[in-house]
Design a protein around this ligand. Structure first.
Ligand SMILES: Nc1ncnc2c1ncn2[C@@H]1O[C@H](COP(=O)(O)OP(=O)(O)OP(=O)(O)O)[C@@H](O)[C@H]1O
Length: 304
């Protein structure tokens, strides 16, 4: 559904996007993950035809996207980071206005609006002025606008920023329902847990580059370790020699590391900790998270 090859964009001296390539299959839920300033919005703008690249290209369903390529743009529904709605008029009038921009009118726009409002869970509040809406409802209406022309590829740029947990869940449900209908979804965020929850594959971006791309399991495998162990201590050890532990980090009273095999390695590590004088208050074990994958790939935490 989407082929991105060698996309590049410069702003003066800054290479905001450097040679970015990835592909997204029809019907896939794909995450574009990276910290603020990584180049996600710039990449998305080139994919959705709001910005022309300096190099490379994006193809949607075989058609090259440019700012003037209407054919490709008709297949894309873009939900921008900023809410783009008219506050004084109702949800339905907003949809009528944006529908007209897509060339929809009369019965077509009524039907398309009904459907979009239903999907966004706003059918019963459609006559109210948007200024009465909560932040989460505005976000959902922003999504409804992008659905009007029934696009095949939906591109979301950080749609949960400033949204309460209930609305966030509703947005996730909406996205999953759209995916069930066969839509292809690109979801941009700097929240790892959202990608883990929503996406089947993801590209991890940092400093304008894709540093990794693959399924959640592929990305986790890049760490090469099976399990992460996090141990809280109330007495810190004198020296830290932990047999079999990798990527050992001590932050405050919390020790974290990875092991290849929990059953083989952990008993030796616990004995070593006891002998070093450490006192353990809690132990947690889990498979690698995307946060750890990002740390491994870039040497820094996503929230730095
Ligand atoms: N119009 C512009 N002019 C100059 N620099 C820009 C412009 N747009 C983006 N940048 C810079 O390009 C880099 C990538 O920005 P971009 O918005 O694509 O990142 P992002 O990953 O989407 O981050 P965020 O989550 O904060 O939106 C940043 O350093 C940003 O300051």
């Amino acid at each position: 559904m989407l082929q991105v090859s060698g996309l590049q964009k410069r702003y003066g001296d800054l290479a905001a996007v450097k040679n970015v390539s990835f592909e997204v299959a029809r019907g896939e839920r794909f995450g574009l993950l990276g910290p603020n300033g990584a180049g996600k919005t710039t990449t998305i703008s080139m994919i959705t035809g709001t910005l022309d690249p300096d190099g490379g290209e994006a193809k949607v369903d075989g058609e090259t996207v440019t700012t003037s390529a209407m054919g490709a743009k008709r297949k894309i529904g873009y939900v921008p980071q900023e809410i783009a709605l008219y506050d004084e008029i109702s949800a339905r009038d907003n949809l009528r206005f944006f529908g007209a921009l897509y060339g929809l009118a009369g019965l077509d726009i009524a039907r398309a609006s009904d459907r979009a409002l239903e999907i966004a869970g706003l059918r019963d509040r459609d006559k109210e002025p948007v200024k009465n809406y909560s932040g989460g409802m505005k976000r959902r209406l922003n999504i409804a606008v992008a659905l009007l022309h029934d696009p095949e590829l939906l591109v979301f740029d950080e749609p949960t920023v400033g949204v309460d947990p209930q609305s966030r869940n509703l947005i996730f449900e909406t996205l999953l329902n759209l995916a069930d209908e066969g839509k292809t979804i690109i979801y941009t965020t700097h929240y790892m847990e959202e990608v883990e929850r929503l996406c089947q594959r993801a590209a991890v971006m940092d400093h304008g580059e894709v540093v990794a791309v693959g399924s959640m399991a592929d990305l986790q495998r890049m760490l090469g370790q099976e399990e992460t162990v996090v141990i809280d201590l109330d007495l810190l050890p004198d020296g830290l020699e932990l047999p079999g532990a990798k990527n050992v980090r001590l932050e405050g009273q919390t020790l974290s590391f990875q092991v290849d095999d929990l059953t083989d390695d952990l008993p030796h590590i616990l004995i070593a900790l006891r002998e070093s004088g450490a006192r353990i208050t809690s132990i947690k074990c889990h498979s690698p998270s995307l946060e750890e994958v990002f740390l491994h790939l870039t040497g820094r935490s996503m929230r730095d």
